[in-house]
Design a protein around this ligand. Structure first.
Ligand SMILES: Cc1cc2nc3c(=O)[nH]c(=O)nc-3n(C[C@H](O)[C@H](O)[C@H](O)COP(=O)(O)O)c2cc1C
Length: 218
């Protein structure tokens, strides 16, 4: 607990500095050791054909010719600003590439209250104090795989900071679902962005990070 207090004080100090100092500080080893940026995204959970691109799937952002998921693009901005380890929440079975098949499967998973099996369940979260948790909004909710992730690990005493992407309908009940699945953690106010606003995401995420850092418990 003492170590956590000192660490959070360090982060607060870093966040109250101007952006230039932040960039210098983000390489500090303390930050990298304690922040996890965990995210779920269609990219990384779908066997996309090798020629699929941003024009054929709404879930792909092109970044310097590299294909990344929409939620992953936000995860990357967070890591650029505060450091931390990036972690893809990945199901054992990939999701269908066809959009309507995925919508149907997600409805079945929600109706059955499924917890899809995950890869990398041995990931050790004990050293992380702050967990950014990213996901696309699926049917106004979190994808069920995010609930599997929350129920697989012990989040006691940790701070979870949700962030999500969507197609304009907002986070829905997703943050409430995270709270219900994980009442042992402190859940801070999250960030959401429409996939149509990805061009300005970097500025929006940076402003939000400054706010949320001030709300971290001491
Ligand atoms: C199964 C499914 C359900 C979705 N439900 C919603 C929704 O309820 N509201 C919304 O605004 N967008 C919805 N979307 C759109 C995604 O949230 C959006 O495209 C997101 O940015 C994709 O992120 P990703 O590329 O990281 O997977 C849905 C997409 C899928 C595939």
């Amino acid at each position: 607990m003492k170590r956590k207090g000192a660490y959070i004080a360090f982060l607060l100090a870093a966040f109250l500095m101007p952006a230039a100092s932040l960039a210098e500080d983000k390489a500090a080893p303390q930050q990298k050791d304690h922040i996890l940026v965990a995210y779920f995204s269609r990219m990384g959970n779908t066997d996309y054909a090798s020629d699929v691109d941003a024009s054929s799937s709404a879930s792909i952002v092109l970044r310097e010719e590299e294909r990344v998921g929409t939620t992953e693009a936000i995860a990357d901005v967070i890591v650029q600003n505060v450091g931390g380890d990036k972690f893809l929440i990945q199901t054992l079975a990939p999701y269908p590439e066809d959009f309507q098949s995925l919508v149907d499967l997600n409805h079945r998973e929600a109706d059955d209250n499924t917890r899809p099996a995950l890869q990398n369940t041995e990931k050790n979260l004990s050293s992380y104090d702050v967990i950014f948790l990213g996901y696309p909004v699926w049917a106004n909710s979190v994808p069920r795989a995010v609930l599997t992730f929350l129920e697989t690990h012990d989040f006691s005493g940790k701070v979870i900071i949700p962030f999500c992407t969507h197609n304009g309908y907002g986070p829905g009940k997703s943050v409430e679902e995270i709270r219900l699945a994980c009442d042992e953690a402190q859940i801070l106010a999250g960030f959401d962005i429409s996939s149509e606003q990805m061009q300005t995401a970097e500025d929006a995420v940076t402003s939000w990070l400054e706010e949320v850092w001030n709300a971290l418990p001491q």
